[in-house]
Design a protein around this ligand. Structure first.
Ligand code: GFB
Length: 302
């Protein structure tokens, strides 16, 4: 989802030669393959948008794969970049790197200040490792390796797996199906009280290009909207977008995860960037994309 958004955004950048590889063409966990690829193409800039990602249920169920797969990709790609002369490396993590009970809104210096949220600790540790490795390469070898920590993302090309997806695509699919099946109610996971912030992936892509044009970017910087909604309010927003008027029930046997993770975006704003896509218009556009992806058989759902 993020890589495709960056490609769409770069298509409008003059003089950019894009090199991309699908997962089938290049296994980023395979250090030898990755090194050969970088030695052959010697990119000037690397935007690292690859990761094993998933929602709260997937993270809670597969911590081994979330830690090992992401660490292997990061080590292979960051090392190959340095060995083959990459001047700028932008590493993408997530705001789940911050402590479960970080002061809200969360500033970048909350990193490692207290324990992580257990439901996505494995993924968070992998992303903290990648962020720190880039920071150390910058300190020790003087290369411009830096990171961006986006909040919860959504948009075209998202994963709509019924169990492993993030919350917003999960709700879009579930509420769409409830309407299509004429159901009187729909059930969301948890209590519905946790709060989440959502950034459209096209805004993130624009922020990424902005950060890649800074001569002295922060070692890591939050990317978000600094506004959040409760999961219950989000479900109501999705229901009104989809046109579902049934009851919204909660299943408190499912985990809530961290109570809140609102980003402080003062640092990013100080570099001259702000998001443009509001949540209402973003969800409406994403639902249209969902319907298109579903009717064309291209809905990602694994
Ligand atoms: O996006 P999500 O799965 O993960 O959101 P996090 C989880 C919240 O939404 C919990 C509620 O409070 C869930 O109880 N929820 C309600 C649902 N219905 C659903 C549903 O149908 N599907 C899902 N998935 N949740 C993620 C991390 O944390 O944040 C990722 O797991 C990443 O690794 C991302 O860091 C930014 O927002 O809790």
């Amino acid at each position: 989802m993020v890589g495709s958004a960056v490609c769409r955004r770069l298509a409008s950048e003059p003089g950019t030669k894009l090199i991309t590889r699908s997962r089938a063409e290049l296994d980023l966990c395979d250090e030898r393959q990755v090194n050969e690829f970088f030695a052959e193409h010697r990119p000037a800039t690397v935007i690292f948008a690859s990761a094993k990602v998933g929602g709260i249920h997937a993270n809670k169920t597969f911590p081994v794969e979330f830690l090992t797969d992401n660490l292997r990709q990061e080590l292979a790609t960051i090392h190959a970049s340095y060995r083959n002369g990459v001047k700028r490396f932008l590493f993408l993590g997530s705001t789940c790197i911050y402590p479960r009970l970080a002061k809200q809104p969360i500033k970048e210096d909350e990193l490692l200040a207290s324990p992580l949220e257990l439901t996505n600790e494995a993924y968070a540790i992998a992303k903290i490792a990648g962020l720190k490795l880039c920071q150390y390469f910058r300190q020790q070898y003087g290369v411009l390796y830096h990171s961006a920590m986006p909040t919860n993302l959504y948009g075209p090309g998202d994963n709509y797996h019924p169990e492993h997806s993030h919350v917003l695509p999960g709700l879009i699919r579930r509420i769409h199906e409830a309407k299509a099946n004429g159901e009187a109610s729909v059930t969301i996971w948890g209590t519905g009280t946790p709060r989440r912030e959502f950034l459209h992936v096209d805004d993130l892509a624009d922020a990424i290009i902005h950060l890649c044009q800074l001569d002295n970017p922060p070692d890591w910087v939050n990317v978000g909207t600094s506004t959040d909604v409760s999961i219950f309010e989000l479900a109501k927003l999705v229901a009104s977008t989809v046109g579902f008027s049934g009851e919204i029930k909660t299943d408190t046997s499912k985990p809530d995860g961290t109570p809140r993770k609102l980003t402080d975006t003062t640092l990013l704003k100080s570099t001259g960037w702000s998001p443009k896509i509001g949540l209402h218009e973003g969800i409406a556009a994403t639902y249209r994309d969902f319907l298109k992806e579903q009717s064309s058989g291209n809905l990602r759902s694994k």
